[in-house]
Write a protein that binds this ligand. Structure first.
Ligand SMILES: Cc1cc2nc3c(=O)[nH]c(=O)nc-3n(C[C@H](O)[C@H](O)[C@H](O)COP(=O)(O)OP(=O)(O)OC[C@H]3O[C@@H](n4cnc5c(N)ncnc54)[C@H](O)[C@@H]3O)c2cc1C
Length: 315
């Protein structure tokens, strides 16, 4: 017997702040959205403790509770939230119906698709980094720098993002140790100039992180090896920031949607429309600059409004 294919007006792939915000707007516009959560229901924020910078929570909130609030709010207006992972897409290039395979065994069709699959921070892969993640180890200076105000921290990375995050931290922290693996930066000349002219940033070239040191609860230092002299030393820091890049979750769309050289989806200027009519992208998957929950939510709102207008224009 042939499988019955379900048709959805507004299919949302991903359940971070972008996906759930798109769902709230789409549901309130009667687009009957269905969200497939992927393997991390709630997205990146479920992996953190305190979120202090999302408007509306004056006392701060934990990431998992905030994402639960967003899910409940989306469901309140009729969003169907389903556990499932999009495994294949077949987008119509002429404004027709889009087809998406879920978990390799279910096919849905959709008038509009909102992609909110986010990005994943790259880590060094050290056991101690994992142990202290959220307890002094972070991949987001803008998110967590404030917790280290007046303290000594280290940041690893040599690109533009690392340089920008180091100067951001330098405004808040007493001292920033910047660990650069080679004998030079990868960042642009302007960013390197800014780093080298910030008095409380000390750059350690040829330096590799061997271990994050802690007291069992929180970070107390970082063990660094000079890869030229093979000498190791421990820097006393309470925060350790990893800024070696992010990987957007876009493999599924390779060769189908326009992407930049690092895999971020390209959307139309000041919009969330992709190169395929009826397919929109929001949140970190199309944002290699801000990567914040509030910007993800903002573009989620935009994607739903654009999807609604797209559907209306077809009637
Ligand atoms: C440790 C940490 C702490 C942070 N702290 C803060 C903070 O304090 N404040 C702040 O503003 N930002 C913070 N951020 C950044 C913030 O989490 C992100 O900017 C935000 O979550 C991006 O939202 P998003 O919806 O675009 O994607 P994500 O949150 O990355 O969600 C992506 C979603 O897509 C799903 N998905 C992926 N692939 C598929 C697929 N094929 N099929 C179905 N679903 C799929 C995933 O399961 C997930 O649900 C932090 C990030 C980290 C890692």
């Amino acid at each position: 017997m042939q499988q019955e294919i379900e048709h959805i007006h507004c299919l949302i792939i991903g359940s971070g702040p972008a996906g759930y915000t798109a769902a709230i707007y789409a549901a309130r516009a009667d687009m009957k959205p269905v969200v497939y959560t992927g393997i991390v229901p709630g997205g990146q924020l479920t992996q953190t403790t305190e979120v202090d910078n999302f408007p509306g929570y004056p006392q701060g909130i934990t990431g998992p509770v905030m994402m639960e609030d967003l899910r409940v709010q989306a469901e309140r207006f009729g969003t169907q939230v389903r556990f499932g992972y999009a495994t294949k897409v077949d987008f119509s290039t002429d404004g027709g119906i889009h087809t998406v395979e879920i978990d390799g065994n279910k096919t849905v069709t959709a008038d509009t698709v909102i992609i909110a699959t986010g990005a994943t921070a790259k880590w060094l892969g050290l056991p101690s980094e994992e142990k202290y993640n959220g307890f002094g180890v972070s991949a987001c200076a803008v998110c967590d720098g404030f917790f280290f105000k007046g303290q000594d921290v280290a940041i690893v990375g040599a690109g533009d993002t690392a340089a920008e995050e180091a100067t951001y931290l330098a405004k808040l922290c007493n001292k920033v140790h910047m660990l650069v693996r080679r004998d030079e930066f990868r960042a642009s000349k302007a960013m390197v100039h800014r780093v080298l002219n910030t008095p409380n940033i000390e750059v350690h070239y040829n330096s590799e992180t061997e271990e994050i040191v802690g007291d069992g609860q929180v970070v107390t230092g970082v063990k660094v090896k000079n890869n030229e002299t093979n000498e190791s030393k421990v820097l006393d820091v309470t925060g350790f920031f990893v800024a070696i890049g992010h990987k957007p979750n876009t493999e599924l769309f390779n060769g189908i949607l326009d992407m930049d050289e690092t895999g971020y989806l390209i959307t139309k200027p000041n919009a969330t429309a992709t190169n395929i009519p009826g397919v929109f992208a929001c949140g970190d998957v199309q944002d290699n600059i801000y990567r914040q929950a509030i910007t993800a939510a903002g573009t989620g709102c935009m994607a739903a409004l654009e999807a609604e207008r797209y559907l209306a224009s077809k009637i």
